[in-house]
Ligand binder design. Structure first.
Ligand code: PHE
Length: 341
């Protein structure tokens, strides 16, 4: 009996001092099936019958003592970071929710435009933003000193007078025509630059999608039908379309296309300047000089081209009044498009 008492006292001291590991190590050592508590319980059989009651109580109390220490260790380890028993970080708690980002409205509309034209068989073509004079101007029937160059206030690169920031993605069309693989049916989305004073309606850069279709017998009727389809898919079946004669050096004949005002439905308001119509793009039949400049036989092939500003389309679609909102990175503005398609 005395021996048992001594054993228990020694073990209790050992347990109180235990800090050499985690709760699981403790459980295996003391409370497991081969643990010390079980072993010492086995000593009962050696206790004289008159002491059995007292020994039973002592052993029971020892078991409770060991279990209490175990739950203490368990609690401490649930507060600690895995691998670092002293840490206060609880990795079992759910994390902080990070707000989901969303696509920029310009990207949303650009992707929408691309997918509409892709359904008509147009492929996406891209090119450099820093261009040379030939691809941005000369090839497009805009020789040096041509007054129409003033229509697009250009940023030139001082290092080399031949280099500039492209003013339209028509330069990508030139690159594609030069490859000489016909027919060509492409759209060219991308950023373009013009030296304009920044206001609610103009910026020094914006985004375009231009389109080009060259094959045998492409006609103005094909151009109109393609653009009708685009407008219906983009703005809905009720929107009306009209073409006005216009001038671009690279197309002949040229036109500007208007759609009926989405705000007032065509009755007249501030947005359409009380005309009922808003302009959304320029277009026309590719000028034979352009085809020849790019190595395509203008006696054999014809084509149409068009170009639109993505900002303009986005402003009309979402009724945004100020172009500067697109580049200010204001989350209050951008968050409004989280669920837009
Ligand atoms: N490149 C013209 C512009 O940026 C748009 C356009 C493209 C017009 C094709 C007609 C045909 O203003």
């Amino acid at each position: 009996m005395e021996q048992l008492l001594n054993q228990i006292t020694a073990l209790k001291e050992e347990i109180t001092a235990f800090n050499g590991g985690d709760a699981e190590t403790f459980r295996i050592k003391y409370l497991g099936t081969k643990g010390l508590v079980k072993t010492i319980m086995g000593e009962m059989k050696n206790v004289a019958p008159e002491n059995k009651k007292e020994a039973g109580q002592l052993l029971n109390e020892f078991k409770l003592f060991t279990e209490a220490k175990y739950s203490e260790l368990n609690e401490a380890s649930s507060k600690s970071e895995i691998g670092n028993p002293k840490s206060e970080i609880d990795l079992t708690l759910p994390g902080d929710n990070l707000p989901l980002g969303s696509r920029h409205p310009i990207s949303l509309v650009k992707n929408r435009i691309i997918s509409i034209f892709q359904r008509l068989g147009f492929a996406v073509a891209e090119g450099p933003e820093i261009e040379d004079d030939f691809h941005n101007f000369s090839a497009l029937n805009l020789p040096e000193n041509h007054p129409a160059r003033d229509m697009q206030d250009t940023f030139y690169i001082s290092q080399n007078p031949d280099w500039l920031l492209r003013t339209h993605t028509s330069s990508v069309q030139v690159r594609e025509m030069q490859k000489g693989k016909l027919p060509i049916r492409i759209i060219c989305p991308g950023r373009v630059y013009r030296n304009e004073t920044i206001s609610a309606r103009a910026h020094c850069f914006f985004h375009q999608v231009e389109g080009l279709y060259i094959a045998d017998n492409v006609s103005f009727a094909d151009l109109k039908q393609t653009l009708y389809f685009f407008v219906q898919e983009m703005f809905g079946a009720d929107v009306k379309v009209r073409f006005r004669p216009s001038y671009f050096p690279f197309t002949e004949p040229s036109a500007e296309m208007d759609i009926s005002c989405l705000i007032c439905g065509g009755t007249g308001c501030n947005v359409c300047k009380h005309t009922g119509w808003v302009e959304i793009l320029g277009c026309g039949m590719v000028h034979p000089n352009v085809l020849d400049n790019c190595g395509i036989d203008s006696n054999k092939y014809t084509g149409f081209a068009f170009g639109m500003g993505i900002e303009r389309i986005t402003m009309l679609k979402y009724q945004i009044k100020d172009l500067r909102l697109f580049s200010e990175n204001d989350l209050r503005f951008l968050k409004q498009f989280t669920s837009a398609v």
